[in-house]
Design a protein around this ligand. Structure first.
Ligand code: UDP
Length: 307
């Protein structure tokens, strides 16, 4: 297939580019590099099946020739990044999704939206199933990401219903692995960097909040299965095992053998207290679930950060 991916120089986008090229597809990768990193795709630049275009997806996109699939991954994705770029985040999820859907419609292509567990906000249902509508503060600081993803989902379903387009929505839960930026603010790269530098690990709040961390190779496989499926409803993709942030900090100290301690910092506004995917739909309809245990994934990620 000829696949266009927005946000292809980002953490997930770049891994997806590698994976899709390894499956024999040809790619057009669009990224404005606001939070993406050209180094993550520089090994692909001379691949004849890969073309990189540096462009803002919220502006018009003209692409010559056929496109079989549009994957919309462009958006700042870590709380630190989207708080730094609030308007850009809202635009990537709204105007960006609109442009990407229009392109898919024009090319008669299939479409996949990289949505997020953030659509569930600070969830009152636990674990979260796809039919849960969420608990989002629409005017909070995190709303720039949460509401943009929610709007993106609504727009995607509207294109599916109005134009009969074949669209997919993957709700991606916390994912980690090589190529995350040290300074992207997410908890795993932050804790690893702190542990390797011998600095205290900054646990926000008392660390009792939970997250479920999925290793990137598992996530990418889930996205690919969703792409090829005939499911048009949202599908949760993530690791169904939750861990507290304090336990995560202790685990990273143990694996790195670091002598760094732990210090507590204030909990950011609207930080979800719990988050854990119910992946019954992905297991049943995609025959997908995560394979890489957290300890193994953390070891690989720590090795990458060391190098
Ligand atoms: N967190 C933390 N210390 C940090 C960074 C994050 O304790 O230095 C916490 C954060 O408050 C949240 C969890 O770790 O409860 C996951 O944060 P992250 O930014 O990775 O992603 P989120 O799940 O909030 O989107």
């Amino acid at each position: 297939m000829k696949i266009l991916i927005t946000g292809g120089a980002g953490f997930l986008g770049s891994h997806l580019c590698d994976f899709l090229l390894s499956k024999g597809h040809s790619l057009i990768c669009i990224d404005n590099l606001i939070t993406g990193n050209i180094t993550s795709i520089k090994h692909l630049i001379h691949n004849k099946n890969f073309r990189f275009i540096q462009r803002d997806i919220t502006r018009s996109i003209d692409i010559d020739g056929d496109v079989d699939y549009v994957l919309h991954f462009a958006s700042p994705a870590s709380p630190t990044d989207y708080l730094k770029f609030p308007i850009e985040t809202l635009k990537a999820g709204s105007l960006g999704t609109h442009k990407a859907l229009d392109l898919a419609k024009e090319k008669n292509a299939r479409f996949l939206l990289a949505s997020s567990s953030e659509v569930y906000g600070n969830p009152l249902q636990h674990p979260q199933k796809e039919d849960y509508w969420g608990n989002v503060n629409p005017i909070g600081r995190r709303a720039v990401y949460d509401e943009a993803k929610r709007f993106g989902e609504a727009l995607t379903m509207a294109y599916h219903r109005c134009y009969g387009m074949d669209t997919k929505i993957g709700r991606i839960f916390n994912t980690y692995g090589p190529r995350m930026r040290k300074d992207d603010g997410r908890v795993i790269p932050t804790f690893i960097t702190q542990a390797l530098r011998g600095e205290p690990l900054t646990v926000f709040g008392d660390g009792s909040q939970t997250r479920s961390f999925c290793y990137v190779s598992d996530l990418i496989e889930g996205v690919y299965k969703l792409m090829l499926s005939d499911i048009n409803q949202p599908v949760n993709l993530g690791n169904p095992e939750a861990i507290t942030i304090l336990q995560l900090a202790q685990k990273i100290l143990e694996i790195t053998g670091s002598k760094s301690g732990i210090i507590n910092r204030p909990l950011p506004d609207d930080d979800p207290k719990v988050r854990q995917p119910d992946i019954t739909r992905a297991q049943g309809m995609l025959h997908w679930s995560r394979k890489v245990p957290l300890d193994e994934g953390l070891r690989k990620t720590i090795e990458w950060f060391k190098n």
